[in-house]
Write a protein that binds this ligand. Structure first.
Ligand SMILES: *Cc1c(COP(=O)(O)O)cnc(C)c1O
Length: 228
C-alpha cells in the first residue's frame, strides 16, 4: 500500500471510531510519526493533508524542520536530553516528553533568554514500567506546581505511552487513568501556565482504544509510513 492509501485508510478509521464513541473526528489531532522516514515520504504525507509530524531524535527533527515548509507543526515525542533543548527552543515545537525538573529549568531558562514561550506536555509513566520515561502519577501534582513557578514554559497537556502488552484491558486502564488526571487538573488548577488542551496517547497498535478513552492527539508512525 502507498503512503496515501494508508493515510486515507487511517483517517477513515479514526473517523469511524470517533463517531462510534460520540466524538467529533476534527477534535482529534493526528501526528504522523516520521522518525527514520525520508523527506520524500514526509512530502507524500503532506500531500495527503498531514501537517503534524513527530520525531524522537532532536537532530533528525531539526534537519527535517529546516528542509520542509514552515507551516508544519513539529513534535518532539522521544526522551529529551537536557543538552539538546537548545536546538528546539523558538521553533514552535511541542515537546511531549517533559518528565524531570532539570529539563523544565533548561526549557524555562532558554525560553526566557530568547523571549519564547515554549509549550510542553508532561509525560506520565502510568504503568510504572521501568523501561519507560515519564514521571510517576504520584509525583504529577508536585511537578506541575514546580512548572507553574517558572516563566517561559507552558504546560498544554499530558502524554503517555501504553505498556507493551497484548492485554487490551490493561492498555485501556492506563489511558482511562490519564484521562481522569487530565480532567481533574483541568477542573482544579488555575495557574496561567498549566492548561489542559491536549491528551497525547495512542500509537499504531492502540489508537482506537485511545480515541475511546479521550485522546485528542494520536502519534502514529507504522500505520502511515509502514514498518520501520
Ligand atoms: C515511535 C513512536 C510512536 C509511533 O509508533 P508506531 O507504533 O509506529 O505508531 C509514538 N510515540 C512515540 C513516543 C514513539 O517513539
Amino acid at each position: 500500500m502507498s503512503i496515501s492509501d494508508r493515510y486515507e485508510k487511517l483517517k477513515s478509521e479514526i473517523n469511524t471510531v470517533a463517531i462510534g464513541c460520540g466524538r467529533k473526528p476534527e477534535d482529534i489531532n493526528l501526528i504522523a510519526v516520521s522518525k527514520t522516514v525520508g523527506i520524500e515520504q514526509i512530502q507524500e504525507a503532506i500531500n495527503c493533508g498531514a501537517f503534524h509530524f513527530g520525531e524522537n531524535r532532536v537532530q533528525e527533527l531539526v534537519e527535517k524542520f529546516e528542509a520542509l515548509p514552515k507551516n508544519l507543526h513539529w513534535h518532539q515525542i522521544g526522551r529529551l536530553q537536557t543538552n539538546k533543548v537548545k536546538y528546539l527552543i523558538g521553533k514552535n515545537i511541542l515537546i511531549h516528553s517533559v518528565d524531570r525538573e532539570e529539563l523544565v529549568l533548561e526549557i524555562a531558562r532558554l525560553s526566557q533568554k530568547t523571549g519564547a514561550n515554549t509549550e510542553i506536555l508532561v509525560q506520565v509513566n502510568v504503568s510504572g514500567e521501568e523501561t519507560k520515561t515519564g514521571i510517576s502519577p504520584e509525583s504529577l501534582d508536585d511537578f506541575l506546581d514546580f512548572i507553574a513557578k517558572q516563566n517561559g514554559i507552558i504546560v498544554v497537556g499530558l502524554m503517555t505511552i501504553a505498556p507493551n502488552t497484548d492485554d487490551l484491558d490493561e492498555i485501556r486502564r492506563v489511558f482511562a487513568f490519564l484521562r481522569k488526571k487530565y480532567i481533574d487538573i483541568q477542573n482544579k488548577r488555575i495557574d496561567n501556565n498549566i492548561q489542559m488542551k491536549y491528551l497525547s496517547m495512542g500509537m499504531s497498535h492502540d489508537y482506537k482504544i485511545a480515541i475511546e478513552e479521550g485522546s485528542n492527539m494520536l502519534r502514529i508512525g507504522t500505520l502511515i509510513f509502514g514498518e520501520r
